[in-house]
Write a protein that binds this ligand. Structure first.
Ligand SMILES: [Zn+2]
Length: 1001
């Protein structure tokens, strides 16, 4: 019965699989375009005709048309908004001359006028309503004239710099209609494309002395002769005037014009690049499988000649290796164009790629290889790049990593690019640098799934996850399967899906079928989630000349893992532990004295410190702990231990000098420690900080969870030389809430506990306490909103003193001035209440109350922040305040004049801040209003102030009051104006997770 059922399942399964392949369909669009370049007005005028073949099973009443040049019309387009949000408001506030667009459209379908209606939100998307429905199997001819104003090259991919032209995403183009329906998408810089396959027949008219690189095969005899005549010629041989990069000088345009024609089949886009200054190198590559010869073209300006002279080699090798590993290049030519327009990077189009400015040979080689490689992963395998960006960028990165490892097996020169090879980052390969990037991002819980919509990736993940992590996980698959099976699978994918639109499930089906393996650990865990790989050695047993290793899956991915055995430091044997959800065992043929999981580093495991076992040695590490300076790469087989001098200072310890010992490394370890004892010259004792923490990267709900305990002791008053210091022990739990899928919201929670001893002469004060704090932050376009909820509790264990309080602070920031200087207006509301307050010493009212001007050193009960004069009641150091609690920007008189400005009952305040609309951003205007319950008063007290400020980010600010309510004015001991100036200095010592992300270039 069971077997029968299984057979039936298999039978239907097979039918379904076959049905899927059989039912696949795609539309086809065959273009004929004539276009003329006006290089004085920087415009294109053209006429387009395309035959649209409806191969879908549905009848179409309309088709979506992309008019992507319209993305450049204003700052209100999807492109304009994306650039604006990424800090480049060029379309919003740039001059009119930098904008572009497409107009003069007049659509006809089969010779009859048809209605074009623009998308309400996106001027680069339009709907063409058909006069007659287009039935399955039918074709129609669509025609329109068009006129394009070419935008400035500084905006995005389509553009010109002077008379250098990058003509891309430039003509009216139907959106893809596939099994998921219409895929109409606005043009974006971060986020690529999806287009229908078909044929192109494009005729370009322009002054005769332009050199053009384009998609397709050149058909014009005279132009073929022209290209052959200039190829290999130097600048002077060409008789070109001297030209330098940045000078934007161009030779005069020829009075005579030419029309050149390119044709190509089985491509989904057409781009062309024209520049009168291009030098040309022609080359050739023989394809590895068919032995067919393909022509290569390198087009570059003389400014970049030095690095570009080797370009033909890079194009040749890229074409060769991509063909070798994936399948032969199916077209006749490959062109790489030096695009002096964009700064760095490159962009792919069928047959032709544009390369940005690069400084070094190796950088240029990597970019050319990457962009040429897109002919396979984008050009031939036409995936939906906007939604599944990894299918082109990531698969391409895999091949790019493999190319570098194959061509340069001893490759270490990338180390020069990361911190100049210092801090033990030498011997990094191209693969290693991608691996490091992913592990640093993953280690701080900021990674997003590989399968994330291109526009939803945060900046660092677009590169670190979509490109790099995909390259890593497919390298991992390749190592596991072995090159020959992996290549067989990729070639099958190429053969089955070339010139088609494979979806992730199609790729998975092909790879699983060829390899006969369940690859859900890859296609589900590693691609669709942020689940982390982590394997560890559970047990090593040697018997009868063999070594058995039990490998435990301590992570969230049930994949295979490589286990290697070593003898006398030499790798003897490598085995793979198969898909273990818990434990699995591998058996080495001989006795090993060391065992390492993932010794090749090809499984992207964030934490690798549990990967090594050695017969002898402390902590199972083969190399003795070695003390290194400052910081370094996190080594698997070595205990990471670093040192640096430690310096410090405050009003009482005065100068402090010591040493910091820690294991902070890149990527960070889960267990971290820091020991920083310093000699206090003011206290004549040891001050300093010690901290240990353990980080967890849970699968759900939390991005990162960290338990830690820190110890700090500093002098905090001036009463004596040997006392007046505090010792605080601070165990905590901190977490980033969320599921790593991105979005505009971030949330943090912190549970802090404390034991604090303040040593005064002659008595001691102890305090036990804790708080829980929740922060919510929302950020979108011009809006930022925040919420902070916090409850504190503290008690003196010696007597019955205690207090508990809760507060809620809401803040809202709006970018009221939107120009390159971007100015914000801020509003903050605070409400705090004491549930109880019993303190023996009335002086505690000032220290343990909510402070109108934010906490100074006295109110920093949990010693969270840096105060130069922690217990200062007068003088400049008493005017250092944090922007918390009441948040007033001017100080309120301290100690001497009673306790005005603090409450142990309740307080509500409103704080307003306006960044100056004129002059530098550091100037601003503030106003505060507060209502609070002052001790011994029968009615609530009101206070307000208004003044001018200078702020440097959120770290430092100085506030000069202009008007204050009388009660504030009267609270100062003297009428000295300087006393009223408040400053903020926020160094954020404790609440910042120790992350080294910022150290990355
Ligand atoms: Zn790319």
């Amino acid at each position: 019965m069971k077997i029968q059922l299984l057979l039936i399942c298999l039978f239907f399964g097979a039918i379904r699989l076959q049905a899927q392949v059989q039912n696949y369909w795609q539309q086809k669009v065959d273009y004929t375009i004539t276009v003329k370049l006006d290089d004085v007005k920087h415009t294109l005028s053209g006429f387009e005709s395309f035959v649209y073949h409806n191969n879908s099973p549905q009848t179409l009443d309309f088709i979506y048309i992309h008019l992507w040049p319209n993305a450049y019309t204003s700052g209100k387009t999807a492109l304009g908004k994306q650039l604006y949000e990424s800090g480049d408001p060029v379309l919003t506030f740039g001059k009119d001359s930098i904008r572009g667009g497409i107009d003069s459209l007049h659509f006809q379908v089969n010779g009859q006028d048809a209605v074009l209606s623009f998308d309400a939100k996106n001027p680069d998307i339009a709907k063409l309503t058909l006069n007659q429905p287009l039935n399955p199997g039918e074709s129609m001819t669509v025609t329109t004239p068009f006129h394009v104003k070419i935008p400035s090259g500084e905006v995005s991919r389509l553009g010109h710099v002077g008379q250098s032209y990058q003509i891309t995403q430039w003509y009216p183009k139907p959106a893809v209609y596939d099994k998921n329906g219409w895929n109409q998408i606005p043009y974006l810089t971060q986020g690529e494309f999806y287009s229908e396959y078909g044929t192109f027949d494009v005729s370009i008219t322009l002054p005769k002395n332009y050199v053009v690189g384009a998609t397709g095969d050149l058909q014009t005899e005279s132009e073929i002769a022209f290209m052959d005549s200039i190829q290999g010629k130097s600048f002077s041989e060409r008789g070109l005037p001297k030209d330098f990069l940045g000078k934007k000088s161009f030779p005069k345009s020829d009075k005579e014009w030419k029309t050149i024609r390119f044709t190509q089949k089985d491509v989904h886009d057409f781009a062309w690049f024209a520049d009168k200054r291009f030098l040309v190198l022609k080359g050739e590559v023989t394809l590895p499988h068919s032995k067919r010869k393909v022509t290569t073209w390198s087009l570059f300006t003389s400014a970049n000649e030095k690095v570009w002279k080797r370009a033909p080699e890079y194009i040749r090798d890229a074409t060769y290796y991509y063909s070798l590993w994936n399948g032969d290049y199916p077209y006749n030519q490959v062109t790489a164009v030096d695009g002096t327009i964009s700064a760095g990077g490159g962009m792919e189009y069928p047959n032709v790629t544009v390369i940005g400015n690069t400084g070094s040979d190796i950088e240029l080689e990597i970019v050319i290889v990457h962009e040429v490689g897109h002919n396979w992963f984008y050009g031939i395998l036409g995936t939906n790049e906007r939604v599944h960006g990894w299918m082109d960028e990531g698969m391409n990165t895999l091949n790019e990593m493999r190319y570098m490892a194959t061509k340069y097996p001893e490759n270490t020169y990338l180390s020069d690019q990361i911190l100049n090879g210092r801090f033990h980052f030498d011997h990094l390969s191209h693969y290693d640098s991608g691996d490091l990037m992913y592990r640093v991002i993953g280690g701080v819980g900021e990674d997003q799934p590989i399968e994330t919509h291109a526009a939803k990736f945060i900046d660092i993940n677009y590169a670190g996850i979509m490109y790099q992590k995909t390259g890593l996980v497919f390298t991992y698959l390749k190592e596991y399967l072995g090159d020959s099976l992996f290549d067989q699978a990729m070639k099958t994918y190429y053969n089955e899906w070339s010139f088609k639109h494979p979806q992730p499930e199609d790729m998975r089906a092909t790879l699983e079928r060829v390899t006969q393996r369940d690859l859900s650990w890859l296609f589900v865990d590693l691609i669709q989630t942020t689940n982390h790989i982590d394997y560890k050695i559970a047990k090593v047993r040697s018997f009868g000349g063999k070594t058995a290793v039990t490998v435990k899956n301590a992570g969230q991915v049930d994949g295979p893992i490589e286990v290697s055995g070593f003898r006398d430091g030499q790798k003897v044997q490598t085995l793979w532990a198969e898909n273990g959800s818990k434990k699995s065992e591998v058996m080495f043929d001989s006795e090993m004295d060391a065992v390492q999981i993932n010794a090749s580093g090809k499984a992207p495991e964030i934490v690798q410190s549990n990967n090594y076992w050695h017969r002898e040695g402390l902590f199972g590490k083969i190399e003795k702990p070695q003390l290194q300076f400052l910081i370094g790469k996190n080594e698997v087989t070595r205990s990471n231990l670093f040192w640096s001098p430690a310096l410090g200072g405050n009003a009482y310890d005065q100068f402090m000098l010591g040493i910091a010992l820690h294991n902070f490394s890149i990527p960070s370890s889960r267990f971290q420690f820091l020991l920083a004892p310093m000699y206090s010259f003011g206290g004549k004792r040891i001050s300093g900080i010690a901290e240990i923490s353990r980080t967890f990267l849970p699968k759900n709900s939390l991005k990162l969870s960290r338990f830690g305990i820190s110890l700090r002791s500093f002098k905090n008053d001036t009463l004596g030389t040997n006392d007046g210091y505090y010792v605080a022990v601070l165990p905590y739990w901190a977490a980033k809430i969320g599921n790593r899928t991105g979005g505009p919201v971030t949330q943090n929670i912190r549970l802090q506990t404390m034991y604090r001893l303040d040593v005064f002469r002659p008595k001691q004060r102890e305090l036990l306490g804790g708080y829980i704090q929740y922060n919510f932050h929302f950020k979108k376009e011009d809006h930022q909103a925040g919420l902070e909820f916090r409850t504190d509790y503290a008690a003196n264990p010696v007597n019955s003193d205690n207090f508990s309080r809760s507060s809620l602070a809401a803040s809202y920031k709006y970018r009221y001035l939107k120009n390159k200087r971007s100015r914000w207006v801020e509003l903050r509301l605070f409400a705090g209440n004491y549930w109880n307050f019993n303190m023996y010493n009335s002086g505690n009212t000032a220290n343990y109350g909510y402070a109108l001007s934010g906490s100074g050193g006295g109110q920093d009960v949990f010693v969270e922040d840096y105060f130069f004069g922690r217990s200062a009641l007068s003088g400049i150091w008493s005017q250092q305040r944090l922007e918390n609690m009441g948040g007033f920007r001017s100080t309120v008189g301290n100690g001497n004049s009673g306790y005005f400005g603090t409450t142990t009952s309740w307080m509500t305040t409103a704080n307003f801040y306006l960044e100056s609309p004129i002059g530098p951003k550091i100037f601003g205007l503030y106003a505060d209003f507060g209502l609070f319950d002052e001790a011994f008063k029968s009615v609530p007290t009101q206070a307000w102030d208004l003044g001018l400020a200078i702020r440097l980010g959120t770290t430092f600010g100085i506030y000069f009051p202009v008007f204050q309510s009388d009660n504030i004015t009267n609270s100062y001991a003297t009428q000295n104006y300087a006393e009223r100036i408040r400053f903020t200095l926020k160094l954020n010592l404790t609440n910042k997770p120790i992350d080294w992300l910022k150290l990355m270039p």
